[in-house]
Design a protein around this ligand. Structure first.
Ligand code: PLP
Length: 374
């Protein structure tokens, strides 16, 4: 059976290094705040070419910590693409701010700067103060940061990159992590850079905000955990996860390259049969997912499954159609692209250890299923 994501193959490739790294933590016994955490943060900050990296408990907390540090609250509008994983938008309503949903581009799946402009107009008309736009690098492809920064600057908003799926990607030769005022990522096991549990990180150039976020992660600490200068949370990356991530970082570049090769093969063999993902040439995807668009998706998916080819629909319902999000503000023009994509997208098995034979098998089964159903 072909795996959709194969973490065991990665573990095998790393040999004993992960076990050894975990054993070192068991020996020194500092399970929270051990030296591996700081070492990892420095490695990540250097890779992302930013001054500050703050690790935290998961990618959702990373976004929430920014909302708290920026004092987002009632009367503010926070803009998020509707076609995304729920966590991107989840952090907004609880602050009291209005979640404003924005449409995405049909070819790249990422937030559409023109839709953002219109959504800002709508938000102002509703009496809201545009505060933050959270761009999401869906499936690993960086959003159009130059265009988004121009809108954000003009409207006096901060730009946040939800890079849970795109750490390792690039935009105009710059690494993900330094493309926005704040960047967040997730180390959930299935992400391109995943640990063996939950984990996340925030990247920013702003030293003052970095210090506030560090404090928020540990109960709003001042000089110590028992000196509480603000209302915080408990959101830390534990030492064992940091130790695991340090080992995985050593092969990360190589893994991204292997993912890129898989994507290139898929593009080449599938482009005549299905709508393959579009990557503008100023961007490098981290290839968290390889996602095609097809008609009659559900039968095609079923036929692939019958022949042991796993595929997944990310995501079958945009945020504005989710019951929990019926109070979000939707632009007057609607969110038609998000709705259409939700009916057509299908993600194929994607990981660095997918063998050439498996890639061929996946492509053949898919091509046959498409022919049978179109
Ligand atoms: C996974 C993911 C998150 C949340 O990360 P967690 O670590 O699971 O909290 C946020 N946004 C996007 C786009 C994601 O894919």
């Amino acid at each position: 059976m072909i795996a959709f994501i194969d973490l065991q193959a990665q573990q095998k490739y790393l040999g004993n290094s992960i076990n050894d790294a975990i054993a070192r933590v068991l020996n020194h016994g500092v399970f929270i705040g051990g030296e591996e955490v700081e070492r990892l943060e420095l490695m990540l900050a250097s890779r992302a070419r930013v001054a500050n990296c703050i690790s935290c408990a998961n990618g959702t907390d990373a976004l929430e910590l920014i909302m708290i540090a920026e004092e987002v609250g009632p009367g503010d509008a926070v803009f998020v693409p509707s076609f995304t994983f729920v966590a991107s938008g989840e952090v907004v309503p609880r602050t009291g701010a209005k979640l404003v949903l924005v449409d995405v581009q049909p070819d790249t799946f990422v937030i559409d700067p023109n839709s953002l402009k219109l959504a800002v107009e709508d938000a102002r008309r509703a009496g809201l103060h545009p505060k933050i736009v959270i761009a999401v690098d869906l499936f690993g492809l960086p959003a159009d940061y130059n265009a988004l920064a121009a809108v954000a600057r003009k409207e006096g908003m901060l730009l946040v990159a939800d890079a849970a799926q795109s750490f390792g990607g690039e935009y105009n030769g710059q690494p993900v992590g330094c493309l926005a005022d704040y960047t967040t990522t997730s180390f959930f096991p299935a992400k391109p850079l995943g640990c063996y549990g939950d984990g996340g990180a925030i990247f920013t150039e702003r030293a003052d905000k970095a210090e506030i976020i560090r404090s928020l992660c540990v109960h709003g600490k001042g000089t110590s955990k028992y000196d509480n200068v603000r209302i915080g949370k408990n959101s830390r990356l534990d030492t064992i996860q940091a130790a695991i991530l340090i080992e995985k970082l050593s092969i990360f570049e190589e893994e991204i390259e292997k993912r890129r090769k898989v994507a290139e093969f898929y593009n080449e063999v599938l482009q005549d049969d299905v709508s393959v993902p579009v990557n503008p040439n100023n961007r490098k995807s981290a290839w968290a997912q390889y996602t095609i668009k097809i008609r009659n998706r559900d039968v095609i998916q079923k036929e692939c499954a019958e022949l042991n080819i796993p595929t997944v629909v990310y995501y079958n319902k945009p945020l504005h159609l989710q019951v929990g999000y019926n109070e979000a503000l939707c632009p007057r023009r609607g969110l038609g692209v998000s709705e259409l994509l939700a009916t057509k997208v299908l993600s194929l098995p994607m990981h660095p250890y997918l063998t050439h034979e498996d890639q061929i098998c996946i492509a053949n089964v898919l091509k046959r299923a498409v022919k049978n159903n179109n």
